[in-house]
Design a binder for this molecule. Structure first.
Ligand code: HEC
Length: 129
């Protein structure tokens, strides 16, 4: 009798634990979802304030910036450096940055935004989304 009882007790303990794990997973997913939405919104805000005038809206067809971010040929590090210190990339003869200048017919504009890595990553995240 005691055996059966303790067995049942053990089973109910295990099933409680399992529920608890499922509940934690639910809250973890929710938190992740919220932080992704937050990241996207921050990126959107920064993009619309600083980039949209030249680069057009994200949903405009053939947005070359969006395409470039999406196709992942360039590294995230390059994007961060390009956006925050294009001047110094050009001065140091960075091939990728020089090629981009050729591509734009030596457009005089230079990207030297005062953003930290996380802010640029939010913009990239928004563009990729
Ligand atoms: C005054 C116009 C202007 C603004 C504002 C501007 N850009 Fe650009 N962007 C350009 C031009 C022109 C190029 C082409 C390359 C060059 O000439 O430097 C370019 C190229 C780029 C590229 C390289 C794209 C590729 O093909 O890989 C990235 C990345 C980029 N811009 C990001 C941004 C971001 C992010 C912002 C806003 C925070 C921004 N730009 C704001 C004009 C602008």
């Amino acid at each position: 009798m005691i055996r059966i009882f303790s067995f049942l007790l053990l089973m109910s303990f295990i099933s409680c634990k399992k529920k608890e794990i499922e509940k934690n997973k639910f809250y973890e997913d929710l938190a992740l979802q919220r932080s992704e939405i937050l990241l996207e919104n921050i990126g959107k805000k920064y993009y619309e304030k600083n980039c949209v005038n030249c680069h057009a809206g994200k949903d405009v067809k053939d947005n070359f910036l969006e395409n470039s971010v999406r196709n992942q040929k360039r590294s995230e590090r390059f994007f961060i450096d390009f956006i925050t210190k294009q001047d110094s990339l050009l001065k140091n003869g960075n091939k990728e940055a020089l090629a981009l200048k050729d591509w734009s017919n030596q457009n005089a504009y230079s990207h030297n935004f005062v953003f930290n890595d996380r802010e640029v990553k939010a913009i990239l995240y928004y563009l990729k989304k």
